[in-house]
Design a protein around this ligand. Sequence first.
Ligand code: NAD
Ligand code: MG
Length: 391
Amino acid sequence: MRSISIFGSTGSIGQNTVDLILHQGGPAAYRVVALTGNGNIPLLARQARALRAELAVTADPAQYEALKAALAGTDIAVAAGPEALVEAAARPAEWVMSAIVGVAGLAPGLEAARHCDTLALANKESLVCAGPLLIDTCAAHETRLLPVDSEHSAIFQALQGEDRGGIERLLLTASGGPFRQMTRAQMAGMTLAQAVAHPNWSMGQRISIDSATMFNKALEMIEAQVLFGVAPEAIEVVVHPQSIIHSMVGFADGSIVAQLGPPDMRGAIGYALNYPKRRPLPVDRLDFAALAQLSFEAEDPTRFPALAMAREVMATGGLAGAIFNGAKEAALDAFIAGRIGFLEMAEMVRAVLDELGGAVDINVNQISLADVMRYDTLARARAADWAAARV
Ligand code: NAD
Ligand code: MG
């Protein structure tokens, strides 16, 4: 029986993963080592019962008693707090889903990379903040790293059987988000509710806002560079509003291989779950006669400055990704809290990069988890200073 753990099981990716596990036999087919969540204790407890998990962990220590009460009468072990997440990641499992949102997923993901056979990675932030560290940890422990982000899954699928030396460019598709056709002036007034209303994909709140600013695509450019080891110049973004082509690889001979499917994350999650096999998935099938059109547009650097920032961060390397991500997470927190406007998210990140991006020791090749967390904290502090100073 295959052993699995799901970090962030109560989130959008986590719930889709649980659905697929149940669809593929549930506890009769899988030994579920650990499930983790944060605030949604009723859901975490329901999942743990349905999958007969051995351990359920909430990241929030204040929720320990609530989780214990919700699982009373079962033999499911309960734990709470960030250290408990890392301990859960040290429990060996053949397949681990890393789907915590934000840099909070880095420490458990790194620990899981030391103890599992296959790490299915949805948490793109860990590659942005600590790409070489995660890649090296996987290599040292012979852990297979499989991308779950739809674009990177598409590229990975397009590269099956190919010699990576033949890659000329990676074309990341972007929906353009809910504000694709707005002017900057219109974007300035956009609210939280408008920013989370993604036209194609149903996702967690934070990544949905990141899609509206295109910070999500910026993170994905860095993610692609780390995962596939290409030069930053080889990574292109093409706006494709229908989200049917999930991304493409252009080869040295001018040929392009694309991966297509409905905009449903269960496709990419299921691919990572069943790799190298393919099994039937409960997703819609594309009907090409019914697809009115597949269209494409160039990226707009004026309205979406995040993409140029990603190119800068890739050129610097080292800890620039940790600074970029930390500032981006702080900007998101401030926007969600109503402290800054939509366009100010990019201004805040820009200001932090300008201030810290030239720090002498950020361009280091050997980075540690402690370094990453230090620069994450520093970036958040600078972002808060910027917000306080601007009024
Ligand atoms: P979500 O907000 O729906 O869920 C996040 C999960 O992380 C939940 O289980 C939550 O309990 C947990 N969590 C939140 N804060 C935590 C903390 N401080 N410590 C520990 N756990 C915490 O997010 P999501 O949309 O499922 O995204 C998860 C990850 O997958 C992100 O890195 C995101 O960028 C990536 N991703 C998501 C999608 C998507 O379709 N949702 C697509 C591609 C990539
Ligand atoms: Mg994506």
